[in-house]
Design a protein around this ligand. Sequence first.
Ligand code: IDP
Ligand code: MG
Length: 149
Amino acid sequence: MERTYVMVKPDGVKRGLVGEIISRLEKRGLKIAAMKMQKMDLKEGEEHYLEHEGKSFFKNLVSFITSGPNVSMVIEGKDAVSIVREMVGETDPKKSSSGTIRGDFCLDIGRNVIHASDSLESAEREIKQHFSPNEIFSYKRADEDWVYE
Ligand code: IDP
Ligand code: MG
């Protein structure tokens, strides 16, 4: 089982897409291992997007991601990192297929409603940044024997 970090970004929260997004993840069979609403400050925003420091859009990106509350989650399941990235779609919503979260709910690269870790290493780092160990739960979902063979 893998764990990945997922965030409904401030635009997703303000647009009332939290339930829809969580619902898609749950229905796929993925498990919510942790979840909270939080607002990042400048330092936390810069840390979250450290890999993009120096790029032309960095300042705007940090300003947007810290502009309001987000809903942060640890999502668990078989191949969770790649499965969730596939469900999220391409970075640019214009290139995202219908059926993906970005392909269905947004239009602009700077307002693409959701973040998901792009690798196991990023997932580990991002989970550690946003959650303390006692905020992450291990439990069995009632349908687990039917989601996995
Ligand atoms: P990802 O969210 O699909 O992993 P990243 O390349 O990690 O995409 O970029 C992080 C976020 O930065 C994107 O979700 C998007 O909101 C924003 N971003 C990425 N590239 C650009 C760009 O070229 N212009 C403006 N914003 C961008
Ligand atoms: Mg990324």
